[in-house]
Ligand binder design. Structure first.
Ligand code: HEC
Length: 379
């Protein structure tokens, strides 16, 4: 009612930025309670000892800048943890009237890199189409069109063998998945870019193509000429994974936690999600990355999908015990909702899939208790 924090919050000193021209704020607020529901930092003992290329991962880990609130740097990659997408994610949490909060969480380490933006000289040397590319697309698709397929950024080499001009135009104009649209690029820049990507750029008269329109700038920040002076480029969203594609850090990789907001204590924590392949080797449940939140019912049930394994689960919200699970037609990266019609209660989940490299889907699936059980009470 007052906006005052219920638990003390400490302002703790955090590392300064070493990026020329950048000044990071010297402190960050850290609440003493509730206890964190995800690891906050990682050390070498957090690397997954079962990773097949453990030694390589350890070497990579040692090369990275690490620590809570570590600012990016242009000379070295930075380990981002708990990650770009969580701990908690856009699915949000559920809370009951007694003040218990139920929150799902990701524990995924990412690697953030900045690279020096192409210099004026590099831009001057580049063909007009490549110049637009270097200004607009390089952060996600890489300086040599190599992309970063492991993180979902496709390679754009030999594009003409896979895509028609109109398909590529469509993607540039409207974007696709995680890629924003670039409809604001002037037509001449778009044409030059298409030529560069499809290998039929006319380079005889480069200047006639883009002269006077070099203020295109990165799409994410608009197209003022000032944005072109930003000296660094972001290297894209790269996960720290082992050679098999599992997180390089030891599990848990996804969790669900009940936190008593009255005391700040955790009531329980369980892993959320699993990998079939690991389970069949006898690995205890690891949890998976998860996007989408829980819903709780008065009957003490918590429903959640969200996991990469495409399951929908019901937990006892009093103790975190798994009550039921089922496989969805596609992963439910969404928050379920519950409703009643004619005295019967349902829970529905959108199964869109299409993230984390899993199949896309287009179904909503609603569940209800069998009519015979219904008489004895709702969820
Ligand atoms: C913020 C990151 C980002 C930026 C910037 C970006 N892209 Fe993409 N791009 C992606 C992602 C992610 C995909 C995959 C989308 C999907 O399939 O869901 C993609 C897909 C594409 C595809 C389709 C590739 C294929 O094989 O079907 C093309 C073509 C493409 N991008 C061109 C460009 C061009 C040209 C630019 C610059 C104008 C650009 N992208 C800027 C992230 C980005």
């Amino acid at each position: 009612m007052t906006g005052q924090p219920l638990f003390p919050i400490d302002e703790v000193p955090v590392p300064a930025s070493e990026l020329p021209g950048e000044k990071a704020w010297p402190t960050q607020p850290v609440p003493r309670l509730p206890a964190p529901f995800a690891r906050q930092t990682l050390d070498e003992s957090d690397l997954n000892p079962k990773a097949k290329n453990y030694d390589e991962l350890l070497a990579e880990f040692r090369r990275l800048r690490r620590g809570a609130f570590m600012p990016f740097d242009h000379r070295q990659g930075t380990l981002i943890f708990p990650g770009f997408d969580g701990a908690a994610e856009w699915g949000g949490a559920a809370v009951d009237p007694a003040g218990v909060l139920y929150v799902n969480s990701n524990e995924m380490a990412w690697i953030g890199r900045l690279s020096e933006a192409p210099s004026e000289a590099q831009l001057a040397e580049a063909s007009p189409g490549r110049r637009v590319y270097l200004n607009t697309c390089v952060a996600c698709h890489g300086p040599d069109l190599q992309g970063n397929p492991a993180s979902g950024f496709p390679e754009l080499k030999a594009l003409s063998s896979r895509r028609t001009r109109s398909e590529v135009t469509e993607v540039i104009l409207r974007g696709k998945g995680m890629m924003p649209g670039f409809g604001h690029l002037p037509l001449s820049q778009r044409e030059a870019l298409l030529g560069y990507l499809l290998g039929d750029e006319k380079v005889e008269a480069p200047d006639s193509v883009v002269t006077g329109e070099r203020g295109g700038g990165p799409a994410s920040t608009g197209s003022t000429s000032a944005t072109r002076k930003v000296p660094y480029k972001f290297g894209g969203y790269v996960k720290f994974l082992d050679q098999e594609g599992y997180p390089a850090i030891r599990p848990p990789w996804g969790t669900l936690t009940a936190i008593d907001l009255n005391t700040g204590e955790h009531r329980w924590q369980v892993t959320l999600g699993n990998f079939q392949a690991l389970a069949s080797e006898g690995t205890p449940p690891t949890g998976t990355e998860n996007y989408g939140g829980p819903v709780i019912t008065a009957g003490n049930v918590l429903f959640i999908a969200a996991t990469k394994d495409g399951r929908f689960r019901a937990f006892d919200r009093r103790d975190g015990r798994l009550l039921w699970e089922t496989v969805l037609p596609a992963a439910g990266f969404a928050t379920p909702t519950t409703y009643a019609i004619g005295g019967r209660q349902y829970v529905v989940i959108a199964c869109g899939g299409g993230k984390l490299g899993v199949e896309k889907g287009d179904r909503y699936v609603a569940f209800a208790l069998p009519r015979t059980v219904e008489a004895t009470g709702s969820f």
